[in-house]
Ligand binder design. Structure first.
Ligand SMILES: Nc1nc2c(ncn2[C@@H]2O[C@H](COP(=O)(O)OP(=O)(O)OP(=O)(O)O)[C@@H](O)[C@H]2O)c(=O)[nH]1
Ligand SMILES: [Mg+2]
Length: 383
C-alpha cells in the first residue's frame, strides 16, 4: 500500500475506506556488528530511532539492538539471526519492523516475505516525518520528491500508512506487473514535474539572495542537529514567532528575519538571521537532494551559527554530523561560530568548562548569553 503521499490515481481494483484506527505498532531493530558500530553507539542510534518514531506518534511495541556477526546479502545478516529478529517482532504484536540501518529494495522485499510484516528503514522513517511535517508549498514539493525518489526502486514494498491515527483513508492495492509498470511511469512523470517546480523555487531564492547581497546585509544561518534549539534561538534573537516544538524536524523551511541592533560602538548594525532545517545522523541522500533549495540557504550564508544542545550527552556525535553535512553541502568554508544552547540545564562548573573564544554559552529559553553571542557575531563578521 502507498503512503498517502504517493497515491495519484487509485485504480478501480483498489478498495478505499476511511476508518479511525489505532496508531501503527512498530518494532525497532538496531544493529551492531564487530568492526562496525559499537554496541554503545548502536544503542544510542536505536534510542534516536525511537525519538523519530515518537515524532510520528507511532506505538513502539518492542525495541532491541541486535549483534550480528555476518552480513549475508539476502537480509544484511545471517538467516538464523534474521529469523530471530522476525520472531521477536511478531511476538511483540508489531505490524511493522523499522531498522536503524539502511536496507536495499531487495532486502526489504526479503524481509517482508520472511516476516509477513511491513519493513522499513531509518531513511524511510525520516522521509515520512518530512512528508508529514511539510506545511508550506515549498516543503511539500521537496518532501514529496524525496518520497518518490525513495519509492521508485521499491514500488512492490508493503507500504504502511503511518498517518492513519489521524483517520486518513486506508487502501489496499492489487499487485501485478502491469500495475507496477504504470506506477513507475506515473512516478517518473511526477518526479520530473516536481524537479521543475523546485528549480523554480531555487531561482526565486537566488533572486532574493542577490537582493539581500545588494543591500549588503550579512546573513547568519542558524544550523545544527534537529531539536538543538535553532528555532528557539532564532526567536530569541529576532523576536519572531517561529514554530518551536520538542519533536524532531519541527522546521522544514528557512525563515529569514532582519534584526538591527545598536552595538557597543554605538553604530547600528543589521543582520539577517535564517532558521534552517535540522540535520540528523544518516540523513537520507534523497532528502539532501530534494531539500537542496532549502539547504542552499545555509550554504550561501555569510556566517554559520552552529546551535548545539550543550546538555545532550550525544553532543560530540551531533557536532561531527553537522560539520560533515555542512561539508557535503559545500558550506565547509563559511566562517562558523558555536552557540552552546540550553545552558539553563547545566551547572556552573559545566558552563565554565564550555567557554571558548569561538563560541557563546546561551539559553534561548531564558534569553541568557545573547549579548555575548551578538558580540561574537560582530567580531566574526567584522562589519
Ligand atoms: N531547557 C531548554 N530547552 C530549550 C532551549 N532552547 C530550546 N529548547 C527546547 O528544545 C526543543 C527544540 O527546540 P526547537 O527550537 O524547536 O529546536 P530546533 O533546533 O529548531 O529543532 P528542529 O526544527 O526540529 O530541527 C523545544 O522543546 C524547546 O523548548 C533552552 O535554551 N533551554
Ligand atoms: Mg526548528
Amino acid at each position: 500500500m502507498y503512503s498517502t503521499g504517493f497515491i495519484y490515481a487509485i485504480p478501480e481494483d483498489v478498495k478505499t475506506y476511511s476508518v479511525q484506527l489505532e496508531p501503527p505498532r512498530v518494532f525497532l531493530a538496531g544493529i551492531c556488528q564487530s568492526g562496525g558500530v559499537s554496541r554503545d553507539e548502536a544503542e544510542k542510534l536505536t534510542a534516536e530511532l525511537a525519538g523519530l518514531a515518537d515524532t510520528l506518534n507511532l506505538a513502539i511495541v518492542g525495541q532491541e539492538t541486535f549483534s550480528i556477526r555476518e552480513r549475508n546479502p539476502r537480509y544484511g545478516m545471517g538467516s538464523g539471526k534474521a529469523q530471530e529478529v522476525a520472531e521477536k517482532a511478531l511476538a511483540s504484536g508489531a505490524e511493522c519492523i523499522i531498522f536503524d540501518r539502511e536496507i536495499s529494495p531487495s532486502q526489504q522485499r526479503n524481509w517482508e516475505e520472511l516476516s509477513g510484516l511491513s519493513v522499513m528503514d531509518r531513511q524511510e522513517l525520516i522521509i515520512r516525518i518530512f512528508a508529514s511535517r511539510a506545511r508550506t508549498k515549498e516543503a511539500e514539493l521537496q518532501a514529496e520528491l524525496a518520497e518518490l525518489l525513495y519509492a521508485l526502486p521499491r514500488l512492490s514494498h508493503k507500504y504502511i500508512d503511518l498517518s492513519r491515527q489521524r483517520g486518513g483513508s486506508y487502501g489496499t492495492r492489487g499487485a501485478g506487473e502491469t500495475r507496477l509498470e504504470t506506477d513507475r511511469r506515473q512516478v517518473r512523470q511526477r518526479v520530473t514535474f516536481l524537479k521543475g517546480e523546485i528549480e523554480a523555487v531555487r531561482r526565486n531564492r537566488a533572486i532574493q539572495r542577490r537582493q539581500r547581497e545588494k543591500q549588503g546585509t550579512p546573513v547568519c544561518a542558524l544550523v545544527g542537529y534537529t531539536n538543538a534549539g535553532k528555532s528557539s534561538l532564532h526567536r530569541a534573537l529576532t523576536g519572531s514567532d517561529v514554530f518551536v516544538e520538542d519533536k524532531l524536524f519541527a522546521t522544514l523551511d528557512p525563515t529569514a528575519r532582519r534584526v538591527s541592533r545598536q552595538g557597543p560602538s554605538g553604530v547600528r548594525k543589521t543582520v539577517i538571521f535564517v532558521d534552517t532545517v535540522g540535520f540528523i545522523r544518516r540523513l537520507p541522500h534523497n532528502l539532501v537532494d530534494a531539500f537542496c533549495a532549502t539547504l542552499e540557504e545555509a550554504a550561501q550564508a555569510d556566517l554559520l551559527i552552529h546551535v548545539l544542545d550543550a546538555a545532550d550527552p550525544a553532543r560530540e556525535e551531533h557536532c561531527a554530523t553537522v560539520m560533515e553535512t555542512l561539508r557535503v553541502l559545500g558550506a565547509g568554508e563559511i566562517p562558523l561560530i558555536a552557540a552552546l544552547n540550553k545552558a539553563d540545564l547545566l551547572d556552573q562548573e559545566e558552563r565554565t568548562a564550555l567557554q571558548a573564544s569561538d563560541s557563546a554559552v546561551v539559553s534561548a529559553i531564558n534569553r541568557e548569553g545573547l549579548e555575548s553571542l551578538w558580540n561574537l557575531i560582530e567580531k566574526t563578521l567584522k562589519f
